[in-house]
Design a protein around this ligand. Structure first.
Ligand SMILES: O=C(O)CCC(=O)C(=O)O
Length: 265
């Protein structure tokens, strides 16, 4: 762990952005304090070890404004929508984001964007999600394969629970379109839980109780990167305002198991 905190402007674009540290302590409930990941501070965890990290200045104000404009025509189902890669502007953005130095350094060179979800939390559309791992991936069509698990159809799109081997190759890049503070229902993570394969409810509770959680405070334009097998959750926002996140999922160009991605950008 590094304790030295520096401003983002002093950061070298590569290795330093992947270092580990918890930046502060956050009160998260009765007598419970959790460390905070703050995307504005420089000492950051290594994605491979801890399962998450943050990257600064992924989008500038102009880019954020242009995304916000594009989102005006997107209709939302409950917490958000999963199909943003259907839009040309979003496919372009997936390329721009991948080419950011610190994001590129955290992805295999061949990685492609396979999904982009908008998560929108507001006073009117306030929601929470319990601790879970992201197990389902969007694919073009159903195929029969002994390693493939549960199938589902969401917003007209096929999803399958993927084998652990494939899930371990995926990286989520969550770009924040609004400042997300402690009161905005930030993502909470259980560090290192991505190394345990699939966790059932009992193992999730045990892991959460022994390893604790990190609360992710992320400024507008910055991004949180994490492994989809990392346990994550979020609470309802406690203040008014928007917490919009573009959640990109990057993976290998070919999923294997006879599957085809719906998008591979
Ligand atoms: O954005 C959030 O608060 C929750 C996101 C989530 O549950 C997920 O990515 O699976």
């Amino acid at each position: 762990m590094r304790s030295q905190a520096r401003s983002w402007s002093n950061l070298s674009p590569h290795a330093d952005a992947r270092r580990a540290s918890c930046q502060g302590q956050t009160f998260v409930g009765a007598r419970r304090w959790a460390p905070t990941l703050d995307s504005m501070t420089a000492a950051l965890p290594a994605l491979s070890e801890e399962g998450y990290t943050a990257v600064a200045a992924v989008l500038d104000i102009e880019q954020i404004t242009s995304v916000q404009q594009a989102l005006k025509v997107v209709s939302l189902e409950r917490a958000g929508t999963r199909n943003l890669l259907d839009f040309g502007w979003c496919r372009d953005l997936a390329g721009t984001i991948k080419s950011h130095n610190d994001i590129y350094a955290n992805l295999p060179a061949s990685a492609v964007a396979i999904q982009c979800t908008l998560f929108e939390k507001t006073e009117k559309r306030n929601w929470l999600v319990a601790y879970h791992q992201d197990l389902s991936v969007p694919v073009k069509e159903r195929v029969e394969h002994p390693s493939l698990g549960v199938w589902s159809l969401k917003e007209g799109q096929h999803y399958v629970q993927a084998p652990t081997e494939l899930l371990e190759k995926l990286v989520a890049v969550r770009v924040h379109l609004d400042d997300c503070g402690l009161e905005n229902g930030p993502l909470r993570l259980v560090p290192r839980s991505h190394r345990q394969g699939r966790l059932d409810d009992a193992a999730t509770r045990r892991f959460r109780a022994t390893k604790g959680e990190i609360v992710c405070v992320i400024a507008k334009g910055n991004a949180l990167l994490f492994r989809p097998l990392l346990l994550h959750a979020s609470s309802k926002a406690k203040v008014s305002g928007q917490r919009r996140v573009l959640h990109f999922l990057y993976g290998p160009p070919l999923p294997g198991y006879g599957l085809r991605w719906q998008h591979a950008v």
